[in-house]
Design a protein around this ligand. Structure first.
Ligand code: SF4
Length: 410
């Protein structure tokens, strides 16, 4: 039996405009997104109404220990709008003492005073979407903010953190962006460290087909680092951040002691979570379920749930646990990796199925184990850092080949 979820994700899909690499489920509102009486405000109000309705029809569950406002750009919401959502969640589930409540914020969408407002209603962790510091790079990836706005935002947030008013904060950067060779990237990284953010998320650029970058890449017009350069960039990132006291607790996540994201660790542990909003994924009982990615689709889906009150992710009788291949895929991202037998049991495998099938995975991984990319200890498998983490996809491909080779009755 999967433990009931203690985490919730709320998707706030609004952005000023779509960045060139982004294929998230969002609604671009243009420059007047926050202007009183603008169509943007009307869209936000209509969406928040749907989000509240979805929270209202969720079944009761244990008190939440992590809540995450992601997007999109949650900082396009006003303090009272975020507060109303928190009140609705609290009424439904309650919050544990010391719950981690994170909000993604985007430079150029807030002032210092707004941050104080968000903290006043319960937000205790900000995740700031920097992506890059250099103005030319920012413009070339379609970001709205400028370097000066980013530095100002970092200073505001860090002052609150240093005064003890804010519990923690994180800065996002993207590595392997077009035109960012190793020396330019190291300058970016040095600036990220200078902000004093106690948590850094360093994402690899992913080229999604239905984006500006996807189309440029198809035409061969995107100048991104080749694989060997990308490996060097990752190696140097790892070296520099560790020399400044950061630990890599997951492939893309570095933190100073005590500042790992509890919400993100929950995802990678295979625990269940509530998800609310357009395009959001939830997995309260293990099995994942994604909501429609358009506002019209989400509204229709919500109306169906309200009529039937039988949304399959909300009632556990029909749901299955998360399958083992998915559990391994997410679990291997973590520094501590996966314990094969424990994970298999969490996925509902019997002892007999474990004995029959788990040993053969090692054969698929043998080369990686022999070469030191994958380390093992008492049934636990974990990627070496940085060598194994850099080629995690190849290791996962072998795991999926093993998965396809199994003759499972489930
Ligand atoms: S701000 Fe974030 S969510 Fe919005 S378009 Fe850019 S990358 Fe996507």
């Amino acid at each position: 039996m999967v433990a009931p979820p203690r985490s919730a994700y709320l998707h706030i899909p609004f952005c000023h405009k779509r960045c060139f690499y982004c294929d998230f489920s969002i609604i671009p509102l243009g420059d007047s997104a926050q202007a009183p009486g603008s169509p943007g405000i009307t869209s936000i109000n209509a969406y928040l109404d749907l989000l509240h309705r979805e929270i209202s029809i969720a079944p009761k569950g244990p008190a939440l220990s992590t809540i995450y406002f992601g997007g999109g750009t949650p900082s396009l919401l006003k303090k009272n709008e975020v507060s109303d959502l928190l009140i609705n969640l609290q009424r439904k589930f309650g919050f544990q003492d010391g719950a981690e409540i994170t909000m993604e914020v985007d430079p150029a969408t807030f002032f210092e005073n707004d941050l104080n407002g968000y903290i006043g209603i319960g937000i205790n962790r900000f995740s700031l979407g920097a992506q890059a510091f250099d103005d030319i790079t920012l413009a070339s990836i379609g970001r709205k903010h400028k370097r000066s706005q980013l530095i100002e935002a970092c200073n505001w947030i860090n002052n609150l953190f240093k005064k003890g008013i804010l519990r923690s904060w994180s800065l996002d950067l993207i590595q392997n962006l077009p035109g960012l060779n190793l020396s330019k990237w190291i300058k970016e990284l040095e600036q990220a460290v200078l902000t004093e953010a106690p948590h850094l998320s360093i994402y690899d650029l992913t080229i999604e087909p239905d984006t500006v970058f996807g189309r440029l890449h198809k035409k061969g017009k995107l100048n991104i680092p080749i694989d060997s350069e990308a490996q060097q960039i990752d190696f140097e990132t790892n070296r520099l951040l560790k020399s400044r006291g950061f630990a890599r607790y997951e492939i893309s996540s570095y933190s100073l002691p005590g500042h790992a994201s509890r919400h993100n660790r929950m995802y990678w542990s295979g625990s269940g979570w509530w998800g609310f909003g357009m395009g959001a994924t939830s997995a309260p009982w293990g099995e994942r379920f994604s909501r429609p990615r358009t506002i019209a689709g989400y509204k229709k889906w919500l109306e169906q749930q309200e009529n039937q009150l039988l949304e399959k992710t909300l009632f556990n009788e029909k749901s299955k646990p998360m399958p083992l291949d998915e559990l391994l895929m997410i679990g291997l991202r973590r520094r501590e990796g996966v314990h094969l037998e424990e994970f298999a049991k969490n996925a509902g495998w019997t002892k007999k199925e474990c004995d029959k099938n788990l040993k053969s995975l090692e054969k698929f991984w043998l080369n990686f184990i022999n070469e030191g990319y994958l380390l093992t200890n008492n049934g636990r498998y974990f990627l070496s850092d940085p060598k194994g983490m850099q080629i995690s996809n190849q290791i996962l491909i072998q795991m999926f080949l093993w998965w396809d080779s199994l003759d499972l009755d489930q």
